[in-house]
Ligand binder design. Structure first.
Ligand code: NAI
Length: 215
């Protein structure tokens, strides 16, 4: 399939399509129209058609989308047709929680190692993995073909660790530290801030109350 530049807005909607299609596929559904998908996902049918048209439009007029085909193609677009090797840096509450969440490996995100600078944690086990010292990180990345690093450390240390990761030729950083990382363009950073989501929820909730009270 031809790869075109796709807007980040569309990319950010793809995982949701992927999830819904996965559920439909598990339920044995073979075909679905954009209208039906629209009802299920609460997105307009035209939005769905527009989004999927970026990839050549998998549907046929009056025939709907082939669920399995679309599911597999979106997986390819999201890079889920291949496994990704991950390391976690920061073996605290968040690092451990991510490591213990088994659904990531079902999607092909395989945690290979976990690192922490606290000597008391080094050598302890989280699931199958032993917490390693930071000094071992560079060699480990190269040896295990690591492509994604997960940063679950406080912001104070995050910039330095990110610089080290760049030196190790890491391709992507899943950043939970509350700091913006400045990295070369060949390193992709995805920032995750749960509190941002919570603040958005807070805004929407108070906005709804305002509208309700004004009626
Ligand atoms: P935690 O204190 O339980 O764990 C942090 C771990 O990182 C500790 O084991 C510590 O030894 C290690 N660490 C600190 N600096 C390091 C460095 N330079 N190199 C290697 N290891 C280092 O904290 P928790 O709850 O796991 O949170 C981790 C960080 O993630 C916090 O800074 C917190 O602000 C942030 N966080 C972000 C969230 C988000 O949505 N983005 C949600 C929750 C926490």
């Amino acid at each position: 399939m031809e790869r075109k530049e796709i807007s980040q807005a569309v990319i950010s909607r793809l995982p949701r399509y992927y999830r819904y299609l996965g559920e439909l596929r598990d339920d044995g559904v073979e075909r679905i129209s954009s209208q039906e998908l629209s009802k299920k996902m609460q997105v307009t049918a035209s939005q769905i058609r527009q989004d999927l048209n970026h990839f050549g439009g998998f549907g046929q007029q009056g025939y709907g989308y082939n669920v399995e085909y679309l599911y597999v193609e979106i997986a390819k677009i999201l890079g889920l047709d291949q496994e990704h090797n991950l390391i976690v840096i920061g073996a605290g509450n968040l690092g451990q929680a991510l490591l213990n969440y088994s659904n990531f490996s079902r999607r092909g995100f395989i945690f290979k190692g976990i690192f922490d600078h606290n000597p008391k944690l080094q050598g302890t086990k989280i699931g199958e993995l032993e917490v390693r010292p930071m000094e071992e990180m560079s060699a480990f990345i190269t040896k295990n073909n690591i492509d994604i690093a997960v940063l679950t450390i406080p912001k104070t240390g995050a910039v330095k660790v990110a610089e080290k990761l760049v030196e190790c030729n890491i391709r992507a950083i899943w950043n939970f530290a509350h700091v913006d990382l400045h990295v070369p363009e060949w390193v992709q950073v995805e920032n995750v801030h749960l509190s941002d989501s919570l603040m958005k929820l807070s805004y929407n909730s108070s906005r709804y109350q305002d509208i309700k009270n004004a009626k």
